[in-house]
Design a protein around this ligand. Structure first.
Ligand code: PMP
Length: 443
């Protein structure tokens, strides 16, 4: 019986109506349908009632199978058959699904040690440490690396987990314009000297944080130039490879592999297992002394549950496939297929006259819809053609750069991508999304 007059506010009182309206608008997109089965090349969605505007679901009992352009399944390891699935099944029988303990207590198994060694070797670092959750990896690692009196310089489009961890650390946070090396140098110049003589650094530690591949833009960080700045300004460098590990580079070893840069140039290589490896969790890799320190100072691993057996075996099997220790040639084939598919789809969309963002080699392809009203419309047109896509708008993007985002996978065939291009061609005409008559030699 408490009311606003008593100064009481229920916990959901500031839940903005804006969000509810936005979700109602998206009634026809694939998000608002729970999925059944594996998020692989295809994804099956449970249908919902067309008059159901509630946030909770009322299912019709029927399903729709769609071509999946929405999951981060870069190398096609999200599947329930094949070498990984067999190993996962066997491991579950042997170890169960939970170690029922944090790493520091009774939760460190032979599987953890094996995965940490494999990851360190794969990314080219002395040591690695794994976590049950990718988000939690960043959220708990930043506070373990830096604190009061330190400076974090962060790309303005860094993932929410980096921002979360950075805030939690208590360090001063300064942002620079997305992927803009001049702006990064401006911040370094202004913040490092702060009017003091060059020999005096007013910060205990300086940490620059970037991502290898940005998941909303499809852009790649300019690692060679950042490394050059690192030499000049002597900061620590943290690179989040959630989307680039397994997806970039001739050997799939991420952004350093892509640019031919020695991993020693980056102090912390962080990544997740939820994208290219079809698993769960995250890692940080670095010098042994640094990782050893993290093992005893990172609250997430000290007090949180250790990664589970099936997840660990999915990771180690996927890694062994990528490096060719299992089924030689298959991993390389997946990497090549992903690289081909990414370029093929990008070129096809450009030829149709769409505006797309990002690097030519990025498997994340944002297609610009601009007008927020076209967000549900595009999703609906795709779903009518049995294609599942992610659509994104404000507040995740600026209001007038709403977009659809395709995630290319090695599991897609050329026919799948042609089917998607044909659907985009039609939807593009219906919704007036084509901004040019296509690049030379186009359709
Ligand atoms: N970092 C980045 C750059 C990400 O994109 C994500 C998730 N999309 C995460 C961290 C968090 O990883 P996870 O989803 O595995 O928790």
């Amino acid at each position: 019986h408490l009311s606003a007059r008593d100064g009481y506010a229920p916990l959901n009182s500031d839940f903005d109506n804006f969000y509810i309206r936005r979700l109602q608008l998206r009634i026809n997109d694939c998000f608002r349908r729970p999925i059944t089965g594996v998020p692989g090349r295809f994804i099956t969605l449970l249908d919902r009632k067309s008059d159901d505007f509630n946030l909770s679901f009322k299912m019709t009992g029927t399903t729709t199978e769609t071509l999946n352009m929405s999951s981060y399944n870069y190398l096609g390891f999200a599947q329930s058959e094949g070498e990984c699935a067999d190993a996962v099944e066997a491991a579950t029988k042997k170890y169960g699904v939970s170690f029922a303990s944090p790493r520091g207590d009774a939760g460190t198994s032979e599987l953890h040690v094996e995965v940490e060694n494999l990851v360190a070797k794969f990314v080219g670092k002395e040591s690695a440490m794994i976590f049950s959750m990718g988000f939690g990896t960043n959220a708990t690692t930043f506070p373990a690396l830096v604190g009061k009196g330190c400076l974090i310089i962060s790309d303005e489009l860094n993932h929410s987990s980096i921002r979360f961890g950075a805030r939690l650390s208590g360090a001063v946070i300064e942002m620079f314009k997305h992927n803009n090396i001049n702006d990064l140098e401006r911040v370094l110049r202004e913040r490092i000297s702060q009017g003091q003589p060059r020999t005096h650094r007013p910060w205990k530690k300086i940490l620059v944080a970037v991502e290898g591949l940005y998941s909303m833009e499809g852009t790649m960080c300019n690692l060679p130039e950042i490394v050059a700045l690192k030499r000049k300004y002597k900061f620590n460098l943290f690179v989040d490879e959630a989307h680039s590990i397994g997806a970039l580079g001739m050997q799939g070893r991420g952004i350093c592999d892509y640019f031919g840069i020695d991993p020693a140039e980056v102090d912390i290589l962080m990544g997740t297992f939820t994208k290219s490896f079809g698993a769960n969790g995250g890692y940080v890799a670095g010098d042994k002394a640094l990782v050893d320190k993290l093992r005893v100072t990172n609250a997430g691993t000290l007090f949180g549950e250790a990664p589970s057996p099936p997840v660990l075996v999915q990771i180690s099997s996927a890694l062994r496939l990528i490096i060719g220790e299992i089924a030689p040639g298959q991993g390389q084939e997946r990497l090549e297929r992903l690289a081909f598919n990414s370029r093929y789809l990008r070129l096809g969309l450009k030829r149709l006259g769409f505006i797309i963002y990002g690097h030519d080699d990025s498997p994340i392809i944002p297609l610009l819809l601009y007008n927020p009203a076209k967000i549900p419309a595009f999703s609906h047109e795709m779903l009518k053609r049995k294609i599942a896509v992610v659509v994104v708008g404000y507040p995740a993007t600026p209001l007038i750069s709403s977009r659809a985002r395709f995630c290319v996978s090695a599991a897609h065939t050329k026919d799948d991508l042609d089917r998607l291009l044909a659907a985009c061609d039609q939807a593009g005409d219906i919704l007036q999304l084509k901004f040019s008559s296509g690049i030379a030699g186009g359709k």
